[in-house]
Ligand binder design. Structure first.
Ligand code: AMP
Ligand code: MG
Length: 332
């Protein structure tokens, strides 16, 4: 398959959507059955473990059947399942609700397909559950899948099972997918109806009117550096904190105009599965994503992108945020 082949991209798009829908249904079921307040208080990570492996098995198995020749960069491997038959059985039970005939061995083989090194060429990249803390809090998390060819994202699908369909009605219906194909725009897919609506970024052009999103976890994003940056841009709106790549979706559909992701750990290198799908959805919705020096992100670098700091905007705000970032790094 190559980017020139529109028919192949259509097929990749529809198979990716189905795989993410099925995996999102699995994570949603695990969340309903296994996550309770007790789990959150004890910080028992077992539900997220089951959901993580289960979602990677579902997506990888479907991709292997449809595109056996395309490798996968996935966050997980099956070592823990091979060492713990009880865990393997539990994961298989959830995967069988999607693929009734799959065996435990096939589940582990599917998960282990995710060990590709990335780099150049054509491959899928998957974060089976991005935002595990959000998953455990029953807040935002995402199933993130992208098809990449020589560093260019051709297809991106973000499953956001807990994200309100209408940002203006935060207590209303939840469950959306975001889909983008290279050069063909981005859509929001409503899970309950299967309907798709084109999305675009906001038109905010003055940084003082900007609303920005950032990670909930201070370990994943430097809240103090981001707060300083926001003040230097005269942003008066408080940041909206959200787990997972749902932040990219918020910018892509115009709910927020800026996403700051400056790592609190010097030397941290962002994983491609944490960024690729969300970044493409923003770009196809008309926005811009770059590293902190304004360079495009590099998804042909391997399993990481080669930088810890990045930001995404509606495009209109990109230049002024970049100059504020440059001033901030010169002053520090
Ligand atoms: P978020 O939902 O924004 O909190 O991001 C979750 C992702 O942050 C996880 O999937 C981790 O891979 C990633 N992560 C872990 N440590 C760091 C770090 N020091 N800097 C940035 N991201 C991180
Ligand atoms: Mg992640």
């Amino acid at each position: 398959m190559s980017s020139a082949s529109f028919q192949s991209l259509d097929r990749a798009r529809s198979i990716a959507i189905q795989a993410v829908l099925d995996a999102s249904q699995l994570t949603h079921r695990v969340q309903a059955e296994l996550v309770d307040d007790d789990v959150v208080q004890k910080r028992d990570r077992s539900p997220v473990t089951v959901a993580d492996y289960g979602a990677q098995a579902v997506v990888s198995h479907q991709l292997a059947q449809a595109f056996p020749e395309i490798p996968l960069v996935g966050e997980e491997d099956a070592a823990a399942l091979r060492a713990d038959s009880e865990l393997a059985t539990k994961v298989t039970r959830f995967v069988q609700q999607v693929s009734p005939d799959i065996s435990t061995d096939e589940v582990m083989t599917a998960i282990d397909r995710g060990q590709h090194a990335g780099g150049s060429g054509l491959f899928w990249v998957l974060d089976p559950i991005d935002g595990t803390k959000g998953f455990l809090r029953r807040q935002q998390y995402a199933v993130c899948l992208a098809l990449i060819e020589n560093g260019r994202v051709l297809v991106a699908v973000l499953g956001c099972p807990n994200l309100p369909v209408d940002p203006a009605d935060p207590d209303g219906e939840r469950g959306c997918l975001f889909v983008a194909v290279d050069g063909r725009g981005a859509t929001q897919y409503r899970v309950s109806t299967g309907t798709e609506t084109p999305i675009t970024v906001s038109s905010v052009a003055d940084s003082s009117d900007a609303s920005f999103v950032e990670s909930v976890e201070a370990a994943h994003a430097d809240h103090s550096r981001q707060g300083q940056l926001a003040r230097s841009l005269n942003i008066s709106n408080a940041p909206v904190r959200m787990d997972s790549q749902c932040k990219f979706a918020a910018v892509a559909r115009g709910q927020a105009s800026l996403y700051l992701r400056l790592s609190p750990k010097p030397g941290y290198d962002q994983k491609i599965w944490d960024i690729a799908a969300g970044a493409k959805i923003i770009e196809e919705a008309g926005g811009t994503v770059s590293d902190a020096t304004g360079k495009p992100l590099n998804f042909a670098h391997g399993r990481t992108i080669g930088t810890g700091d990045l930001f995404a905007s509606n495009g209109h705000l990109h230049a002024c945020v970049l100059s504020a970032l440059t001033r901030q790094s010169e002053d520090s």
